[in-house]
Design a protein around this ligand. Structure first.
Ligand SMILES: Cc1ncc(COP(=O)(O)O)c(C=O)c1O
Length: 519
């Protein structure tokens, strides 16, 4: 019995207490009825009144309490009625609705009422991916490059991409192929694109392939993932270069593969192994231009690698990510073109040639692997965008691809020469540049190893952030160095950021000297 009495009292008290919090500002531009509506709505949304039995004070009481006219109160309440926050019960008054609209939209409950979040059980697969970043830091993209002139490695000059041409070709293919480009399409890729890629690779990368060997993929990472999943069982061994493109290690970890890092010498990946070392089923290499050291794999090492793969029934994964940008001598033929035993899985990407945002790449599969690769792609994500694929096919067949490469090679050569000259003038006392024959990056070795922590701190403070070479190392213990990118920025931007770095370093040196003298 006492319960029956106390409950309605509690309900009434709740309503009155809440509405006492309402504050109306007569000087504000927002009309009074809107202010009243908004504040009552927010009180109701707080969730404290959602039991369907909370009654509102009468409009007369509300008007008197808040010192406004009854029509102001009526306007506010009728809006709340219309939006489903209130219900009228004839003879009894106005009540909070049983189900507030927010129940269907966003639950706006006070945070303290929410159940404590438990840590999700995460699979070993996720834990195996080497990456310590979490939360907001995690969405920086592979390079971690923020806006501005960061001189981060491996970024192409996307502002030189011919967007107008691309848009025109895109409109043309859409007009011609229409809804056919909106359907699910081939897991191998657009047939015209596969023909165009095969012709390009035979003509310009000295590859030996035909269109049926080409599988269009979503960039190099997907090429690696598909290849690893097709040829390696979990825990089987893949060799990778050390130092290595950081995504390779992450992708192969995702595939559950056991990674053995192999050092790089001045000929490329070192093949020699100790008798106890397990044999690899796949060997990842960047023969045209080793990432990040820039070594071009010699003919002898290429032959030795192919012989090793044939002898041990292994596949070589050739990542040919930026061979188009070679500045000294003629372009080198691909490893795939030298292979006469179907041991090379060749993969290319448009990320450096055109732009990374397209997420398009291609595999040249050894014949015996074609079906397995296609099977995996079909289970993975079916295919890349048919519209982008058809546009790229046109872009290649109409000659824009080659002319873009030619134009970019010239721009990059100029930027590279400019970077080297400026760098040596401004920072030559602290670093020695190791200038590669190809690619969009240059390694700068420290002349005084002890400067490393100071330079690392300063580069991150001033936003000129070439990654440390150690970022790409697994077991390799190399002397301290930074990997500078030069391709994505104009000569003026390059000069400004190198000057900024040089002046920050010399200011720091002066501070240190001053500190020593005053002690
Ligand atoms: C060695 C190497 N391969 C491939 C890529 C590009 O991969 P994706 O096609 O996934 O963008 C990069 C990008 O920096 C790279 O450094």
């Amino acid at each position: 019995m006492p319960n029956r009495k106390s409950r309605p009292q509690k309900r009434r008290r709740r309503s009155i207490i809440a509405f006492e919090m309402i504050r109306l500002d007569r000087t504000a531009t927002e009309p009074l009825h809107e202010q009243l509506y908004r504040q009552i709505r927010d009180e109701l949304k707080s969730g404290r009144f959602s039991d369907g039995s909370s009654r509102l004070p009468s409009s007369r009481t509300l008007a008197t309490d808040r010192g406004v006219s009854r029509s102001t109160v009526r306007l506010a309440l009728s809006k709340l009625h219309a939006e489903g926050y209130l219900r009228s019960q004839p003879g009894s008054g106005t009540f909070v609705a049983n189900l507030l609209p927010e129940t269907f939209l966003t639950a706006d409950q006070p945070k303290t009422d929410q159940p404590v979040q438990r840590l999700a059980r995460i699979s070993d697969r996720v834990r195996a991916i080497p990456d310590a970043r979490v939360g907001n830091q995690f969405d920086l993209g592979a390079t971690g490059a923020g806006p501005g002139v960061s001189l981060v490695a491996s970024i192409p000059a996307v502002d030189e991409f011919p967007i107008a041409v691309w848009e025109r070709l895109r409109a043309q293919v859409l007009a011609k192929k229409g809804v056919n480009l909106l359907r699910y399409s081939s897991n191998r890729g657009d047939v015209d694109l596969r023909k165009a890629i095969a012709a390009y690779l035979c003509d310009f990368r000295a590859a030996h392939c035909y269109p049926d060997q080409i599988i269009v993929v979503a960039g190099m990472q997907q090429a690696m993932l598909i290849s690893a999943m097709a040829v390696l069982n979990p825990s089987e061994v893949a060799w990778i270069e050390d130092p290595c493109y950081q995504q390779t290690r992450r992708v192969l970890s995702l595939a559950g593969v056991k990674i053995i890092p192999k050092p790089i010498d001045n000929q490329g990946i070192v093949i020699a192994r100790s008798p106890k070392e397990p044999l690899p089923r796949m060997i990842y290499v960047t023969p045209s231009h080793q990432f990040p050291l820039g070594v071009t794999m010699t003919f002898q090492r290429r032959t030795a690698l192919l012989d090793f793969a044939r002898a041990h029934n292994a596949f070589v994964f050739e990542d040919d990510y930026d061979a188009e940008f070679r500045f000294v001598g003629p372009p080198l033929p691909s490893l795939q073109g030298m292979d006469n035993a179907s041991r090379v899985i060749y993969a290319g990407t448009v990320s450096k040639i055109l732009c990374p945002g397209l997420r398009l790449g291609y595999i040249v599969a050894p014949e015996q692997l074609i079906d397995s690769f296609v099977k995996i792609r079909s289970a993975m994500d079916q295919h890349s965008s048919p519209i982008d694929q058809a546009t790229l096919a046109r872009f290649i067949t109409e000659g824009f691809f080659l002319s873009h490469i030619k134009r970019m090679r010239k721009i990059y050569a100029e930027r590279r020469d400019f970077f080297i000259k400026q760098f040596n003038e401004l920072l030559g006392d602290r670093f020695t540049l190791q200038v590669p024959e190809a690619g969009l990056n240059i390694v700068a070795w420290l002349k005084r190893e002890e400067d490393f922590p100071m330079i690392k701190r300063i580069t991150s403070d001033i936003g000129v952030r070439p990654p440390a070479l150690s970022f790409f190392c697994i077991q390799a213990k190399l002397k301290p160095a930074f990997v500078f990118g030069f391709a994505a920025w104009t000569p003026t931007q390059i000069r400004e950021s190198l000057a900024k770095l040089a002046s920050a370093l010399s200011n720091r040196a002066k501070d240190l000297n001053h500190g020593r003298q005053s002690r």
